[in-house]
Design a protein around this ligand. Structure first.
Ligand code: NI
Length: 176
């Protein structure tokens, strides 16, 4: 895929069970203008969709770029390129949803705190400690880069309660 030829106006969030959501994303090798434009577009799409996190994978682009905004506001948005998580500690359960899995919400147990090492949109390395909601978003979005959805973490009871909504999404995907 040629990212130079990406039409940023045509970017769309893809939904479960699109197989592109299962693809493992590749690291960004160089932060070109195309990459920074893409990252800025991701922030636009995230905010417009009332999301608090977005991974490039969700636009069908297999590159390790995520955006997040704990408040959902543009001013608080962060662009995080090639993230690696470490120091995962504690455990808490939070209700999650996902722009790629509309109409499904479920509790997911994750680490309560983590550290992220990444590059910003100018290519500068940074390190950030995150707790609670921010830590949850980082884990959820990094999962996307590895082809994992939050519904892959559900226990049997939660999975059962989401089954009908997931079936509906599968039907919509078939008939799209
Ligand atoms: Ni998601």
């Amino acid at each position: 895929m040629q990212y130079k030829s990406l039409n940023l106006k045509k970017l769309q969030i893809i939904c479960y069970p699109d197989p592109l959501l299962k693809k493992v994303a590749q690291p960004v090798e160089e932060i070109t203008e195309e990459i920074s434009d893409l990252a800025e577009s991701m922030v636009d799409i995230m905010v417009k969709s009332s999301g608090i996190g977005l991974a490039a994978t969700q636009l069908g682009i297999p590159l390790r770029i995520i955006t997040m905004s704990v408040t959902g506001k543009r001013d608080d948005a962060e662009i995080i390129i090639n993230p690696t998580l470490s120091n995962l500690s504690g455990s808490s359960e939070m209700e999650e949803g996902c722009l790629s899995v509309p109409n499904v919400r479920a509790n997911v147990r994750r680490a309560n705190a983590c550290t992220v090492d990444a590059l910003d949109v100018d290519g500068n390395p940074f390190c950030m400690d995150a707790v609670e909601l921010a830590a949850t978003i980082l884990q959820h979005e990094t999962d996307h880069l590895n082809g994992i959805l939050f519904i892959d973490h559900l226990n049997t009871v939660s999975r059962l309660s989401c089954r009908r909504a997931l079936k509906q999404l599968e039907k919509e995907y078939e008939n799209r």
